[in-house]
Design a protein around this ligand. Structure first.
Ligand code: SIN
Length: 301
């Protein structure tokens, strides 16, 4: 099958202007950095500035052998901004903001994450970025996939771009994480974390790029209907759910993705505004332990 996407250069390993070695991992998204310690980057302005610029360029960065302390992990993430905890996954008691994503025999595999999503878009101001470190990984399996959602938007047919311009959508914690809870707990979750509404196409606040911004937390469009296209009582949502499914399915296109094989002390840093990710759920009953610092973002527009 031919592609209408513009041709790009192949992956290269070349020094940046600074000290960091950068190897692009696919033509669309992701680079592995070498010759850098994140503990140093947490303290050195110039090194951090280089990493920040590389993140905007590659959208997800990978580093190996980062045997850093939890304090350094938090300190690095804090250079981007304040951190947030997660209402369901607990945080390290000594390091608030460092969310534990631990999977072992006590977690039923059907509760593992296995859908393409941006983190916490059910918040009014979803996270801008995350720093995830691997503490323990299965011998095989447990990879994570990231997707370039700027490219997902760019590749949409023109008539779809026109149809979704100005559309807004609802994002829900209750409809997703709440799905495994008894009804009472689910209602309480919704009361504490009400649904959020975001544009279907957001603009990256730093690069100005347009981003397709619907994911597994998105339940429906809120302004698809107009007095002209609603037929109350017959077909309440003509075409809306089909269009939403189509948009959500764009994240599964392999040409937009990079897949990362974890090792202990590997770190991934991603821009949560313009990527989605999927933690592959193929390793149960093996243990997988990850720790994530989640940096508070701004309301999408
Ligand atoms: C996440 O969804 O933020 C965690 C991804 C992972 O565990 O690989």
């Amino acid at each position: 099958m031919t592609s209408s996407a513009p041709a790009r250069s192949t992956a290269t390993r070349a020094p940046t202007r600074g000290s960091i070695q950068v190897e692009r991992l696919t033509c669309s998204i992701g680079a592995e950095l070498g010759g850098v310690s994140l503990a140093d980057a947490a303290r050195a302005d110039a090194l951090f500035a280089e990493i920040k610029a590389l993140l905007l360029k590659h959208r997800v960065l990978f580093l190996r052998d980062q045997d850093i302390t939890r304090a350094d992990h938090v300190a690095l993430a804090r250079r981007w901004g304040e951190l947030e905890d997660h209402p369901i996954a607990g945080s390290d008691p000594d390091h608030p903001g460092l969310v534990r994503i631990y999977r072992d025999l006590s977690s039923p595999p059907e509760h593992y994450e296995n859908s393409y999503h941006c983190d916490a878009t059910w918040r009014e101001a979803p996270p801008m970025a995350c720093v995830l470190r691997c503490v323990e990984t299965p011998e095989v399996g447990g990879d994570t996939i990231w997707v370039n959602m700027v490219e997902a938007y760019n590749r949409l047919p023109e008539h779809i771009k026109q149809r979704i311009a100005g559309l807004r959508a609802r994002h829900s914690l209750e409809a997703t994480f709440g799905g495994t809870m008894p009804m009472e707990k689910r209602r309480a979750l919704r009361a504490s974390y009400p649904d959020a509404e975001h544009p279907v196409v957001r603009t990256h606040p730093e690069t100005g790029e347009k981003i397709l911004f619907v994911n597994a937390f998105t339940t429906h469009f809120v302004n698809f209907h107009t007095p002209d296209n609603v037929r109350v009582g017959q077909d309440f949502a003509p075409g809306a759910s089909h269009l939403l499914s189509y948009l959500i399915s764009q994240a599964a296109i392999p040409e937009l993705q990079v897949r990362f094989r974890w090792k202990k002390n590997s770190v991934a840093i991603w821009d949560n505004r313009c990527t989605q990710h999927y933690a592959v759920q193929d390793y149960w009953p093996a243990v997988r332990k990850m720790e994530r610092a989640t940096i508070i973002g701004e309301a999408p527009c």
